[in-house]
Design a protein around this ligand. Structure first.
Ligand SMILES: *[C@@H]1O[C@H](CO)[C@@H](O)[C@H](O)[C@H]1NC(C)=O
Length: 517
C-alpha cells in the first residue's frame, strides 16, 4: 500500500513538471536581438522545456539536452551591404529615425528567412508540433504565421519598451500626446512642437506600414504559409486576424525609469532577463587592469552593431587625447588594433560587459544607449553617458537622463569636446552614482526575477490554451465604436431631423401669419 502511494506521489511530481515544446524564433540577423534569444532559450531549458531555436546566430557550443537550433546564418547576407548601419556614416548623416528604411530591412529579412532551406526543412515536416511559438517582434508581424502552422498560441518578445506600435497588437495604440517611444525619443510632458512631431511620426509610420509594407507582407504570408497549411489540411487565417491574435507580449524593458503608458494584462515587462547575475569572472588581464586602477575605470563601448572602429580617425585621435588628460583608467571596446595609446587607455576588442559593469572600481559607462547596454547599466547601478546613434537609443538615453543618472552627448565630429565636460561633471558629482543606485533598487524590487516571469507566463499561455482571459476587449471592437462615431452619426442625424422639423413648423407659422394678414 505504502509503496503504491509513493509511486503515485512520484508520478504526480513528474507529470507536473512536464516539459513543453517551444519554438523560439529570432530570425533578424542582429547580434543584440540574438542575445535576448539566447537568454530566453536558457531560461526555458532550465525550466525543463524542449526548445527549437530559429536564429541567425547559432550557439557555437549548443546546450546538449532538449535543444536544437535552425541555422539561419544565410539571412546575414541581407545586412552585408548596409552602409547605413555604420558609426562613421551616422556621424555624417544625422537623422533620428529612418522609418521606411527599418521597415523595409525587416521585410527583406523576412523574405530571406522564409527562403532559407534549413527553415523550410522544419516547416515542411508535418510531423513537427509545438505548444507555443515565442518570436522576436521588430517592425514586422509576419512571424505570427508560425503559430498558424502549428495551430498553437503566439507570444511576442518585443525587444523594446511599451511603445505604441507594439501595444496596438495586444490592445490599442497609446496616445501620442503623452506616450514616448523610439519614433521621436521625446519624454513627456511634451511641448507643443514635440507633441506635433510625435503625432506626425505616427502618421508616417502607419502610412508606410499600411500602404507600402503590409501589402508586401500579405503577399509573402500567402506565398509562404498557404501551402504549409494546405499540407496540414487547414486553410490560411486572415492576416489581419492573425497578427492581432497574440496571447501575450513580453517587453525587454522595465518600468523603473517611468514614462510608461497604460498597458494591457497580457503585456509583461521582462527587461534584464538576458543578464547572467552574478556574472562570470573577468579574464585575468582585465581583472588585473580593473583591480589595479586606483583612480577607477571609465568603460566605453558602442555595442555590437555600432562599432568604435568605424569612428573617423581624426575623431578617434581626439578621443584618445581627451582620455589621456584623465588620471582615471579608460577601458575602450575598440574592435581593431589601435597604436600610440596614452598610458591610461586600454583597448579590448571584445568585452565581457556584465563582468566589467559589476566591478566596484567602475566609475561610469559611456554607451551608445542600446536597450541591452542600458538595461545592464540599470541592473548594476552604473552612471552612464549616452551617445545615441539610431532607433530606440534616443528614448533609452533620454529616460536614463530624466531618472538623473545619465548624461547625453551628440554623436558628431566634435565628440571629444562634447564628452570632456560631461565626463568631468560625472566624475566630480556623486549625485549620478546615487541616482543610478536608486533606479537600480527600483528595478530589482520585484516579486520574481525577469527569467522566472518569462517562464511562468509562457507556461501560463500554454496551460490556458492561449490565455483568452488576458486579452484586451479593445481588440474585439472596431475603431468607429471606440471613438463612438456611430453615436456621433446618430446625433448628427437627429439634429438634422430636428432642424428640418423646426423649419417646417416655422414655415407653417409664417404662412399662417401671412394668410391671417
Ligand atoms: C487565435 O489564438 C487562439 C488561441 O491560441 C486560437 O485558438 C485561434 O485559432 C487563433 N485565431 C487565429 C485567427 O489565428
Amino acid at each position: 500500500m505504502e509503496v503504491l502511494r509513493i509511486i503515485l506521489r512520484l508520478f504526480c511530481v513528474f507529470s507536473s513538471i512536464e516539459g513543453y515544446k517551444v519554438l523560439v524564433a529570432f530570425p533578424l540577423p542582429v547580434r543584440s536581438l540574438n542575445l535576448l534569444g539566447e537568454g530566453l532559450v536558457r531560461h526555458l531549458l532550465n525550466a525543463g522545456h524542449e526548445v527549437t531555436y530559429i536564429t541567425a546566430y547559432p550557439f557555437k557550443d549548443p546546450p546538449k539536452k532538449n535543444f536544437r537550433q535552425i541555422d539561419l546564418s544565410s539571412v546575414k547576407s541581407v545586412f552585408a551591404n548596409q552602409n547605413k548601419l555604420n558609426t562613421g556614416y551616422m556621424m555624417n548623416n544625422r537623422h533620428t529615425n529612418d522609418i521606411y528604411y527599418v521597415q523595409e530591412l525587416a521585410l527583406n529579412c523576412a523574405k530571406a528567412t522564409f527562403a532559407d532551406q534549413n527553415l523550410q526543412n522544419l516547416l515542411q515536416d508535418t510531423s513537427e508540433s509545438f505548444d507555443v511559438v515565442v518570436a522576436d517582434l521588430l517592425e514586422t508581424e509576419i512571424y505570427a504565421g508560425l503559430s498558424a502552422v502549428y495551430d498553437c498560441p503566439m507570444v511576442w518578445l518585443y525587444s523594446m519598451g511599451a511603445h505604441s506600435v507594439a501595444l496596438r497588437l495586444v490592445d490599442q495604440p497609446a496616445n501620442p500626446a503623452y506616450a514616448s517611444d523610439y519614433l521621436t525619443g521625446h519624454i513627456p510632458p511634451l511641448t507643443f512642437v514635440q507633441r506635433v512631431e510625435q503625432l506626425w511620426a505616427h502618421v508616417q509610420w502607419y502610412f508606410l506600414k499600411w500602404f507600402f509594407i503590409q501589402p508586401e507582407e500579405k503577399v509573402l504570408y500567402q506565398r509562404t504559409f498557404e501551402p504549409l497549411l494546405a499540407k496540414r489540411g487547414r486553410s490560411l487565417p486572415d492576416y489581419q486576424d492573425l497578427i492581432y491574435n497574440a496571447s501575450l507580449m513580453f517587453s525587454n524593458e522595465h518600468n523603473a525609469l517611468g514614462n510608461v503608458p497604460a498597458i494591457p494584462q497580457n503585456f509583461r515587462f521582462v527587461g534584464g532577463f538576458h543578464i547572467e547575475d552574478p556574472p562570470k569572472a573577468l579574464p585575468q588581464d582585465l581583472q588585473a587592469i580593473m583591480d589595479s586602477s586606483k583612480h577607477g575605470v571609465i568603460y566605453f563601448s558602442m555595442g555590437s552593431t555600432w562599432q568604435s572602429k568605424d569612428i573617423p580617425e581624426s575623431v578617434t585621435r581626439g578621443l584618445l587625447n581627451m582620455f589621456g588628460e584623465l588620471k582615471e583608467t579608460v577601458l575602450w571596446k575598440y574592435e581593431e588594433n589601435l597604436p600610440n595609446l596614452p598610458p591610461n587607455v586600454k583597448i579590448v576588442q571584445w568585452a565581457p560587459q556584465h563582468s566589467i559593469l559589476v566591478h566596484p572600481n567602475l566609475l561610469m559607462f559611456i554607451s551608445h544607449g542600446g536597450l541591452l547596454s542600458s538595461t545592464e547599466a540599470l541592473h548594476f547601478g552604473v552612471p552612464t553617458i549616452g551617445i545615441p546613434v539610431m532607433f530606440d537609443q534616443y528614448i533609452n538615453v533620454n529616460k536614463a537622463v530624466s531618472s538623473g543618472y545619465a548624461l547625453s552627448a551628440e554623436l558628431s565630429d566634435d565628440l571629444p569636446n562634447t564628452l570632456r565636460p560631461l565626463i568631468r561633471d560625472m566624475l566630480d558629482n556623486p549625485i549620478y552614482r546615487q541616482k543610478a543606485k536608486q533606479s537600480s533598487m527600483i528595478y530589482h524590487d520585484r516579486p520574481a526575477t525577469a527569467g522566472q516571469e518569462l517562464v511562468h507566463w509562457t507556461e501560463h499561455v500554454i496551460k490556458t490554451k492561449g490565455a483568452p482571459h488576458l486579452r484586451s476587449p479593445a481588440l474585439r471592437i472596431p475603431v468607429y465604436q471606440k471613438l463612438y462615431l456611430d453615436l456621433l452619426l446618430v446625433v448628427v442625424v437627429l439634429l438634422f431631423i430636428c432642424k428640418k422639423a423646426l423649419s417646417l413648423v416655422f414655415k407653417k407659422k409664417v404662412s399662417q401669419k401671412k394668410k391671417n394678414n
